[in-house]
Design a protein around this ligand. Structure first.
Ligand code: ADP
Ligand code: MG
Length: 805
C-alpha cells in the first residue's frame, strides 16, 4: 500500500480542476491508454484496483474524515468487468429487521456505485477525447493520404510523359541509327572512292611533280629573262631620261618657234601690204600678158614649121644610125672569123701531120685487106657451090614438113575426141565411186589403235589387243582381252593396227574426200578417250610432214584435184571455218578478237558479245552467225589457219593427258564448184571433227569446273549416238537439237550425207575399260545405215541427163 501511495499524483488544486482534458496528469492518461490497449478484464492491475474498492470502507472512512476530497480520490479507482457485475449483483445481507445494518450496507453499496459511476464517466470522457483525437489523426492522415495520392498521380503522369518521351527518343534514336548505318555504308563507299581518287591523285601528283620540275626550270629561265628585262628596263629608263631632255629641248625650241611665228605674223602683215601693191602690179602685167599672147601665137606657128624640119632631119639621122649598126656587126663578125682562122691554121698543121701518118697506115691495111678479099672471093665461090647443093636438100625437107603437119592435125582431132571421152569418163567415175561408197554403207566406222608410248607406264608388257588372222576378218577385226583373259571380238569396216602410217589411213578415206569435191556432205569424226590418238589422227604432228593428219592431207588432195579438174572447166571456191564447242558454247577459233584459247573465263560467248546462233536454210546449208569464214585458195593459207586454230583451242588438265582437249573441234570446208563448159554446179561440205575425250567420270578424276566440263562432253557424245541411232531406226523424231554439235551437223548427218567415224583405241592395259566402251559404241554405230546419200548438184542448163551421160 505504501508503494502505491507513492505513485499517486499530488492532489489537484482548484486551478487544476478547471483546466480541460489536456491538463490531465501524464501518467493517468497513460493508464487509460494501457487499459484500452490491454483489454478490460484480465489485467492483474484490475484486480488490484478491485482490492482497493473492496477496502473502500476504510478508505471511504478516511475520505469522509478528510471531507471534500472524494473526487480526486476517485480518479485513482479502477474497475474490472467482473467487479462491476459483482457490484451490481450484490445483495444486502443481514437480519430481516436489522434495518440499520442494512442501511449501512446500502450506503456502502451506494458509495461503491457512485465511485463506479464516476470511474465510468471518467473512462467515457477519456474515450471520447481519445476518439476525437483519433478522428483528428485519421482525418489528417486521410488528408495526407489524398495528398500523397495526388502527388503519386502527378508523379505517375509525369513518369508516363517521360516514358512516351523516351519512346519517341528511342524511335528517333533508332532512325538515327539506321541513318548512321546507311551513312556508314556511304562513308565506306566514299572511302573506297577516295582511295581510288587518292591513287589517281598520287599519279597526278607524280605528273604534277614532273611538271613542277619543268616549271621550275622554266622559272629559272624566266628569272634570267627577268634580269635581262630589268637590264632592258634600266636602259629604257635611261632612254626615257634622254627623251625627257629631248622633250625639254623641244619645248625651248617650241618657245623660239612661237617667237618666230610672231615675227612671221608681223611679216605677214607687211606681206599683205605688199600684196595690195602687187595686185595693182598684177593688173599691169595682165595687160602685158595679152599683148605677149599675140606675139606667142606667132612664135608657135614658127615653131611648128621648125618641128617639121626637125622630123625630116631625125628620119635621116635614124637611117644613118642603122647603117652604122650594120657596119659595126659586120666588123665584129669579121674580127671573130679572123680569130677562128688564126686558131684553125695552128690546128690544121698538127692534123696534117697525123693524117699523113694515118694515110700511110690505111694504105698498109688496104693492101692487106685486098689480100683477104681475094681469099674470101675464093671461099665465096666454094660456098656458092655448097648452097646449090643445100637448096636441093631444103626442097626435100619442106615436103617432109608438110607431111608432118598433116599428121599433127590428125592427132589433135583425136586428142579432142579423147578429152571429151575423159569428161564422160570422169562423170562415170563419180557415179561409180558413189555407188561403191553406197555399197560400203553411208556411215562407216574405222578403228585405229595407236602404238604404245613410253609414258603409258607399268603393265605394258601384257598385250591387251590382238588382231584375228582368219580370212574373213583380216584387216577388219580386233580382239580386246581383259585382265581375266576374257576376249571381246569386234569387226569394223577397217581396222588400223598400231603400225599403220598416216598415209595408210588417208588412202582409205581419200575417196570420201573426193565425194566432198563431187558435191556431197561429208563428216569424219574421231571418237575415243583422251590420249587415244584422235588429234594425232585428225591433225597429226604438223612439224613432221610424214606425220600430217587427215585434215591437212584431205586439204592437199582437194586443192590438187580441184586444180587438175580445172582442165575440164571446173572452177572451185573453198571457204573454211573452224569452231570449237566447249560446255555447249560455240567459240570461233578464227576470230581475230579472241584473246587466246586458254582464256577459260571468256568461254561463255567466245568472242565479245557474239551469239553464234546456228541456222539451217532450205537448201540444207548451215549458217552460224558471227562465225569467221575465210576464203582459201591454197594449202599454205589453210595450214596457217590450222595453226591459228590449234593455238586457240581450249585445253584443260586431267589426270589422263595434260594437254587433252576438252572441247569438240569442228573444221568445215565448204566447196562450191562451177563447170563453165557443162554449166554444172556442185556444193559439197567436208566436216572434220576431233571430238572431246569420251572417258567416263571416274577415270579422269575430275572435280568442280572439270566435272561440269566432263558432264557436258558426255552429254553431247550421248546426244550424238542418240541421233545416229534415231537415224538408223528411221525414227520420225531425230533429237538433233539436244546438243550444239548434233544441231550444227544436222544437214551432214541426215539422209543425203556420208559419215565416217574413227574410233581411236589406246593399247595401254589401264585403258581396257574405256577401250571396251569405245569399241562397243563404235560397233553399235557400225550396225547403222543412214539413208541414201544425195549429191547436191544443180544444172544451169535444162537437161540433167547430160551430167551422167
Ligand atoms: P587425243 O587427241 O585422243 O587425246 P592424241 O592425239 O593427243 O590423243 O594422242 C596422245 C599421244 O599419242 C600424242 O603424244 C600422240 O602424238 C601419240 N599418238 C597417238 N596416235 C599415234 C600414232 N598412231 N602414232 C604415234 N603416236 C601417236
Ligand atoms: Mg586431242
Amino acid at each position: 500500500m505504501a508503494s502505491r501511495n507513492q505513485n499517486k499524483p499530488p492532489p489537484r488544486t482548484p486551478l487544476n480542476k478547471s483546466s480541460g482534458v489536456d491538463d490531465m496528469p501524464l501518467d493517468k492518461r497513460r493508464k487509460v491508454g494501457t487499459g484500452r490497449m490491454i483489454g478490460p478484464a484480465i489485467t492483474g492491475r484490475g484486480r488490484q484496483a478491485f482490492a482497493v474498492v473492496n477496502n473502500r470502507q476504510h478508505i471511504g472512512m478516511n475520505a469522509g474524515d478528510l471531507g471534500g476530497t472524494e473526487g480526486s480520490e476517485c480518479g485513482a479507482v479502477e474497475f474490472t468487468k467482473e467487479e462491476v457485475e459483482a457490484l451490481l449483483n450484490e445483495k444486502i445481507k443481514g437480519k430481516r429487521f436489522d434495518l440499520k445494518g442494512k442501511m449501512e450496507q446500502m450506503n456502502d453499496h451506494i458509495k461503491k456505485l457512485k465511485l463506479c459511476i464516476k470511474w465510468f464517466q471518467e473512462v467515457e470522457e477519456g474515450h471520447v477525447q481519445e476518439e476525437e483525437k483519433l478522428r483528428n489523426t485519421l482525418e489528417s492522415s486521410e488528408r495526407k493520404c489524398t495528398e500523397t495520392e495526388l502527388a503519386m498521380k502527378n508523379k505517375e503522369e509525369e513518369l508516363n510523359a517521360i516514358i512516351t518521351e523516351l519512346k519517341v527518343n528511342n524511335a528517333s534514336l533508332q532512325e538515327n541509327l539506321a541513318k548512321e548505318e546507311s551513312e556508314k555504308l556511304d562513308a565506306i563507299e566514299c572511302h573506297r572512292r577516295e582511295k581510288e581518287a587518292r591513287a589517281a591523285a598520287e599519279k597526278l601528283q607524280a605528273s604534277l611533280r614532273e611538271e613542277l620540275e619543268k616549271s621550275e626550270q622554266e622559272k629559272s629561265s624566266a628569272n634570267q629573262r627577268v634580269t635581262s628585262l630589268n637590264d632592258m628596263y634600266k636602259r629604257l629608263q635611261e632612254y626615257n631620261t634622254s627623251l625627257q631632255q629631248y622633250n625639254s629641248k623641244l619645248q625651248t625650241e617650241l618657245a623660239s618657234a612661237n617667237e618666230s611665228l610672231k615675227r612671221v605674223e608681223m611679216e605677214k602683215t607687211a606681206i599683205v601690204g605688199n600684196l595690195t601693191n602687187l595686185r595693182s602690179h598684177y593688173n599691169l602685167l595682165q595687160d602685158q600678158l595679152t599683148s605677149s599672147r599675140a606675139s606667142q601665137d606667132e612664135a608657135l606657128k614658127q615653131k611648128e614649121a621648125l618641128g617639121k624640119e626637125v622630123g625630116c632631119l631625125r628620119g635621116e639621122l635614124q637611117n644613118l644610125r642603122e647603117d652604122r649598126d650594120k657596119q659595126l656587126t659586120h666588123v665584129q663578125a669579121l674580127t671573130a672569123e679572123i680569130v677562128k682562122y688564126k686558131e684553125s691554121t695552128g690546128k690544121s698543121v698538127a692534123e696534117l701531120d697525123s693524117l699523113t701518118i694515118k694515110s700511110n697506115a690505111l694504105e698498109d691495111t688496104c693492101s692487106s685487106q685486098r689480100e683477104q678479099i681475094r681469099i674470101l672471093q675464093h671461099q665465096l665461090d666454094a660456098a656458092n657451090e655448097k648452097l646449090k647443093i643445100t637448096d636441093l636438100s631444103a626442097l626435100e625437107t619442106r615436103a617432109m614438113f608438110e607431111e608432118k603437119k598433116r599428121v599433127i592435125c590428125e592427132l589433135q582431132d583425136r586428142l579432142a575426141d579423147a578429152e571429151l571421152q575423159n569428161i564422160e569418163g570422169e562423170k562415170l567415175r563419180k557415179k561409180l565411186h558413189n555407188t561403191i561408197l553406197e555399197l560400203k554403207g553411208n556411215i562407216r566406222v574405222f578403228c585405229r589403235v595407236r602404238p604404245l608410248l613410253p609414258e603409258d607406264g607399268a603393265g605394258t608388257e601384257r598385250a591387251v589387243i590382238s588382231y584375228p588372222t582368219s580370212m574373213e576378218s583380216l584387216g577388219r577385226g580386233i580382239d580386246l582381252i581383259q585382265s581375266a583373259g576374257q576376249k571381246y571380238p569386234f569387226t569394223f569396216d577397217q581396222v588400223f593396227t598400231h603400225d599403220a602410217s598416216q598415209q595408210d589411213v588417208f588412202i582409205e578415206i581419200s575417196q570420201l574426200v573426193q565425194s566432198a569435191l563431187d558435191g556431197y556432205k561429208v563428216c569424219i569424226f574421231a571418237y575415243g578417250q583422251t590420249g587415244s590418238g584422235k588429234t594425232y589422227t585428225m591433225m597429226g604432228r604438223p612439224e613432221a610432214p610424214e606425220q600430217k593428219g587427215l585434215i591437212p592431207r584431205s586439204l592437199e588432195q582437194i586443192f590438187q584435184t580441184s586444180q587438175s579438174l580445172s582442165a575440164q572447166g571446173w572452177k572451185y571456191k573453198m571457204q573454211a571455218s573452224m569452231l570449237e564447242i566447249y560446255n555447249e558454247t560455240i567459240r570461233d577459233l578464227l576470230s581475230v578478237n579472241r584473246s587466246g584459247g586458254l582464256d577459260m573465263t571468256r568461254v561463255d560467248n567466245g568472242g565479245v558479245g557474239k551469239q553464234y546462233a546456228i541456222k539451217h536454210d532450205s537448201n540444207g546449208n548451215t549458217h552460224v552467225s558471227d562465225l569467221t569464214i575465210v576464203d582459201v585458195c591454197s594449202i599454205k593459207e589453210v595450214s596457217s589457219l590450222l595453226q591459228q586454230a590449234a593455238q586457240s583451242r581450249s585445253v584443260g588438265k586431267t589426270q589422263m593427258n595434260e594437254q587433252s582437249s576438252r572441247s569438240h573441234f569442228v573444221f568445215t570446208l565448204r566447196i562450191s564448184g562451177v563447170n563453165e563448159s557443162t554449166e554444172q554446179q556442185v556444193q559439197g561440205v567436208l566436216n572434220l571433227i576431233d571430238l572431246a575425250g569420251s572417258e567416263r567420270l571416274s577415270r579422269s578424276g575430275a572435280t568442280g569446273d572439270r566435272l561440269k566440263e566432263t558432264q557436258a562432253i558426255n552429254k553431247s557424245l550421248s546426244c550424238l549416238s542418240d541421233v545416229i541411232f534415231a537415224l538408223a531406226k528411221k525414227d520420225d523424231h531425230v533429237p538433233f537439237r539436244n546438243s550444239k554439235l548434233t544441231y550444227l551437223l544436222q544437214p551432214c548427218l541426215g539422209g543425203d550425207s556420208k559419215t565416217l567415224m574413227f574410233v581411236n583405241i589406246s593399247p595401254d592395259p589401264s585403258s581396257v575399260g574405256e577401250s571396251l566402251c569405245s569399241l562397243r559404241f563404235a560397233a553399235r554405230v557400225n550396225s547403222c545405215e543412214i539413208g541414201i546419200p544425195r549429191r547436191q548438184t544443180t544444172l544451169r542448163a535444162s537437161d540433167s541427163r547430160l551430167s551422167y551421160g
